[in-house]
Design a binder for this molecule. Structure first.
Ligand SMILES: [Zn+2]
Ligand SMILES: [Zn+2]
Length: 391
């Protein structure tokens, strides 16, 4: 590994920030203490700080030289609604909330890079450090863009990084094109007619219809989508009824669907609509279908070729070419960084968090970001900036 000694010297600070954030996790749009810690640190580094975009967003601006070139680096700040099951000293103090996706590490690595760049950085242009809220299903990136992120901070390129279990420590993985899937939710309400459980013929049984619908929905990927195109449909909730001897008048099914192509995404949506209507109709009842009722659907995370080449160059410079996988299997998980990639050319890369043994899998109650990779992540950011904003 090729990491500047000044970055290695920041490791203890980064670990301290990371563990503090881990201990006090905050969920979507409530990252006030997190934003405070980040803003204070950036200010101490002499970096211009802007706060309040998408409620808790923080953007640091660092200018050097006369070049009009600019680059944005993004970290996400939010935690998840998961009860942590770890027992180490920095375990979450907030009941039911934890950093199970490693966003604590993302913030610490970007702060470490900001510290180095402010003090020693050799570049000509502007760096925007974007700390965004609400990545987990609440589309904080989309919210910042809606509030004028790229009008106020007109970066020419945007880069993101996520820790990734089962990519070895010291390694990166990145590719041109789709890295992460699109993400959408659906809610189907079947409206029948309640009746006595002993007299089903006098009503319309939404439970039998719901059971048929679940199995029908599982034919979308297997029978309607081209087998060469990855896609997934999962029903994750069924709510109906509250007693033993009466049939309810409605059932609610909720779930998610994901894919790597806009055309497949549209096909999934249309198929869910079609099957819900026809199954309901076959039971003589109505289906009310809503997409993304509580969130904004996430588009596919698509890396542009030039920026992916830049990311590979920077990752190779710090980790060595043997440690950069340039053809990883894309993930069916999703990322709201996809919204930023719809606005600007850019690249989203994975930094290895090491083995997922012992519960170290994203969104697991035993997850913990690996502090051993903090310096490598910060070194990647620094190299990327110095390569892109050559002085
Ligand atoms: Zn996550
Ligand atoms: Zn995440």
């Amino acid at each position: 590994m090729n990491i500047a000694p000044e970055i290695l010297a920041l490791h203890a600070d980064m670990r301290h920030w990371r563990r503090q954030l881990h201990q006090y996790p905050e969920t979507a749009f409530e990252e006030t203490a997190t934003a405070q810690l980040i803003a204070e640190q950036l200010q101490q580094m002499g970096i211009e700080v802007h706060r309040g975009m998408a409620k808790t967003g923080v953007v640091g601006v660092l200018r050097r030289g006369n070049s009009t070139h600019s680059i944005a680096l993004r970290a996400d700040m939010d935690a998840l609604f998961i009860q942590e099951q770890n027992h180490f000293a920095h375990v979450s103090c907030h009941h039911g909330k934890m950093h199970a996706c490693g966003h604590d590490g993302h913030c610490a690595m970007l702060l470490g890079a900001a510290h180095y760049l402010a003090q020693y950085g050799c570049f000509d242009g502007t760096v925007y450090f974007i700390f965004q809220p609400a990545e987990e299903a609440r589309a904080g990136a989309h919210q910042m863009i809606q509030e004028g992120l790229f009008e106020q901070f007109p970066a020419q390129q945007v880069f993101g990084m996520h820790n990734f279990p089962d990519v070895p420590v010291g390694h990166f993985a990145v590719k041109t094109g789709a890295m992460m899937a699109s993400f959408d939710c659906f809610e189907i309400t079947l409206n029948g007619q309640a009746t006595h459980a002993a007299m089903p013929h006098l009503g319309q049984d939404v439970l039998v219809a719901a059971a048929h619908l679940v199995t029908q929905l599982q034919t979308i990927v297997s029978r309607r989508i081209n087998p060469a195109d990855p896609a997934v449909v999962s029903v994750t909730q069924i709510h109906a009824g509250n007693t033993w001897n009466a049939l309810p008048d409605s059932a609610v099914l909720r779930g998610t669907y994901r894919s790597f192509k806009d055309s497949v995404r549209t096909q999934l949506e249309q198929s869910i609509q079609h099957l819900s209507r026809t199954v309901a109709d076959s039971f003589n009842m109505a289906a009310d279908i809503r997409f993304n009722p509580k969130n904004v659907g996430y588009p596919v995370t698509v890396n542009t070729p030039n920026e992916t080449a830049s990311a590979i160059r920077a990752a190779t410079a710090v980790a060595g070419s043997d440690c950069v996988n340039t053809n990883p299997t894309p993930s069916m998980g999703a990322e709201d960084f996809a919204f930023m990639l719809q606005q600007k050319p850019g690249c989203y890369l994975w930094i290895g968090n090491g083995s997922s043994d012992g519960g170290c899998l994203l969104h697991n109650p035993n997850y913990d970001f690996n502090d051993d990779i903090l310096s490598l992540g910060a070194a990647y950011w620094v190299k990327l900036v110095e390569n892109e904003l050559l002085c």
